[in-house]
Design a protein around this ligand. Structure first.
Ligand SMILES: *Cc1c(COP(=O)(O)O)cnc(C)c1O
Length: 248
């Protein structure tokens, strides 16, 4: 981690605490300290807090709502932030995402992948993507079913402006630690199958684990955990009339 400027603020403290928790979880799991990366999920939070997190050494940020993200990117254009799109993605928003993000974690349909590929500016290089899997098999949840995953992978790997990095999931929230591990294990096994089938692709990303279950995710091999509440505190959607009051 780069030397961080010391600020007497809670965001700085939270970033430091989250990094320490991540390192402890990795150590307990017998993994290397740099085997997993922290993505700070900043949806509904103001640009000023993102700036503060950046000054504490955080570089990767995740956003869910396109217009909100573009506004913050504009306000933070002086910072070398790596932006990840982690929200549901509609066809009419793919251009903005293709042009303004480095990563998309939530690809679940071939059509969206094709649009992102066609709209990605050549100058930016390939867009890093993860396929979102409906690992808990909930009818209402986002994500491709495990059965349909292979066909989506075949489609995406043929798109030159997308670089498939791995899989992402948001399992049903559960309290019990061992229960939390099961869907994460299932996602890891799906990735391992893909790694065996596509050895040249270097699929290196398991985007799984949030504030309440990241330790279980780390034990099952997460390489990228997405923390919102643990870093920025609870989200208040009532103050955001323009943000979809969407449960996440
Ligand atoms: C909001 C969100 C998170 C962060 O959730 P917390 O429980 O606040 O850590 C992570 N991943 C996705 C996809 C999200 O939408």
């Amino acid at each position: 981690m780069p030397e961080a400027k010391k600020l007497d603020t809670t965001i700085t403290d939270s970033i430091v605490a989250a990094r320490r928790q991540l390192e402890c979880a990795l150590q307990r799991a017998g993994r290397n300290h740099d085997d997993a990366r922290l993505l700070a999920v900043s949806k509904t939070k103001p640009a000023a807090l993102i700036r503060e997190a950046f000054q504490a050494g955080q570089r990767h940020f995740g956003e869910n709502y396109v217009q909100e993200a573009l506004d913050k990117q504009h306000a933070l254009a002086d910072l070398d932030i790596v932006w990840h799109f982690i929200g549901p993605l509609q066809s009419n928003k793919t251009r903005s995402v293709a042009e303004h993000f480095s990563w998309v974690h939530t690809i679940e349909r071939a059509k969206i992948a094709t649009r992102l590929n066609d709209q990605r500016p050549q100058t930016l290089g390939p867009l890093n993507v993860c396929l979102q899997v409906n690992i808990s098999a909930e009818p209402t949840k986002s994500g491709v079913s495990p059965e349909a995953l292979d066909a989506l992978v075949e489609h995406v790997v043929a798109l030159p402006n997308l670089r498939l990095r791995g899989l992402m999931a948001i399992p049903t929230p559960m309290e019990d630690h061992d229960e939390q591990r099961k869907p994460f294990r299932a996602l890891r096994e799906l990735l391992e199958q893909l790694q065996a089938r596509y050895p040249t692709l270097k699929l290196d990303t398991l985007s799984m684990g949030m504030s309440n279950d990241f330790e279980a995710a780390i034990e099952e091999g997460a390489t990228l955990i997405r923390l919102g509440t643990a870093i920025f505190g609870a989200r208040d959607y009532s103050q955001q009339p323009n943000t979809p009051a969407q449960k996440d």
